[in-house]
Design a binder for this molecule. Sequence first.
Ligand code: HEM
Ligand SMILES: *[C@@H]1O[C@H](CO)[C@@H](O)[C@H](O)[C@H]1NC(C)=O
Ligand SMILES: *[C@@H]1O[C@H](CO)[C@@H](O)[C@H](O)[C@H]1NC(C)=O
Ligand SMILES: *[C@@H]1O[C@H](CO)[C@@H](O)[C@H](O)[C@H]1NC(C)=O
Length: 320
Amino acid sequence: MKIMLMVMFIIIGKPEARLKVGFYRKTCPDAESIVGGFVRDAAEFNQQIPAIMLRLHFHDCFVQGCDGSILIDNGPISEKLAVGHQGVKGFDVIEDAKAQLEFVCPGVVSCADIVAIAARDAVAFTFGPIYEVETGRRDGFVSNISLADNMPDFSDSIHLLKQKFFDKGLNETDLVLLTGAHTIGTAACFFLMDRLYNFLPGGGPDPSINPDFLPELFDTCPPDGDINFRLPIDHESGEDFDNHILQNIRSGFAVLPSDAKLLDDPTTKRIVDSYFGSTNQSVTPAFEADFVKSILKMGRIGVKTSSKRGEIRRVCNRFN
Ligand code: HEM
Ligand SMILES: *[C@@H]1O[C@H](CO)[C@@H](O)[C@H](O)[C@H]1NC(C)=O
Ligand SMILES: *[C@@H]1O[C@H](CO)[C@@H](O)[C@H](O)[C@H]1NC(C)=O
Ligand SMILES: *[C@@H]1O[C@H](CO)[C@@H](O)[C@H](O)[C@H]1NC(C)=O
């Protein structure tokens, strides 16, 4: 058996190593706290930073895996310029943390891991679940705008959203829980103009919007208003990480069209409902614990752990 495995490795190459908690424990023991410090400092200046860091991790992982491909500046073909990445920010925080890490332990900590650690801290800083983040990712060698064509889009049908998640090894449970990330942060009116004014043939709002919510949305995002104006994605739920977003989605208070669509499919609807409804606590799943399972799963998408497939960049926006 051992010999057979050895022969297999020689023929097809070693299997990709797995991520692990505390990958830098020996090589750069302060790596995680250094990243956390930069996220915390940035959040003091700009309270949108936690949401920005969490979103960045999603957008990194869904194109070519969690490999820092979204951070690269390689001219007009840069992946980060893709339409599907519209509004993604936070590159400066990653770059600042990286600069400090290069000073403390040069050539050790990958940019992809900095993004994953920053997302973990973003959740913790907004009073969400505290979890151990897996590390050991290496940074990818490719950044290409057309590889972001399949990013989940705000206007996708639930069928397409599910398909795009399946393609990354994530299922309906993950789709619901990860959409729960919209418990923090804001969206630009741009993303709901069609839902408010052009949803039905001939114009008119999405009938799935609760009539009690419509006047406020019309007021916040008027037809001739500033499409860059931002509103909270999780209506009246403050800045904290909680399952209120799923409650909003259930009751027609979703802001983003893609969030509202979780009710269009029996499986995703059942999963949303499962976090409420039951008065029996022992059968109601725990939103926060389940979110952690799903974000860990997302953090493993397409990771590169061998030096053949990835490097440790010296700066995050350039290949070595
Ligand atoms: C299911 C597919 C998803 C779609 C279609 C989607 C779409 C969007 C859109 C359109 C925005 C507003 C962007 C802006 O106005 O700047 C947004 C914001 C956000 N998204 Fe998602 N998203 C999805 C999944 C996720 C996932 C999986 C995460 C993280 C685990 C995430 C985290 C966030 C966060 C935190 C924000 C707020 C960003 C901020 O305040 O700057 N999203 N998303
Ligand atoms: C980018 O990716 C597309 C699709 O895979 C490919 O056709 C194209 O040649 C790539 N461009 C570069 C510059 O690598
Ligand atoms: C999705 O996968 C997780 C394991 O990662 C599993 O526990 C869950 O039941 C699955 N959900 C569905 C709807 O199949
Ligand atoms: C709650 O659900 C558990 C598991 O299904 C069951 O054993 C228990 O009896 C239920 N408790 C109540 C009060 O219904």
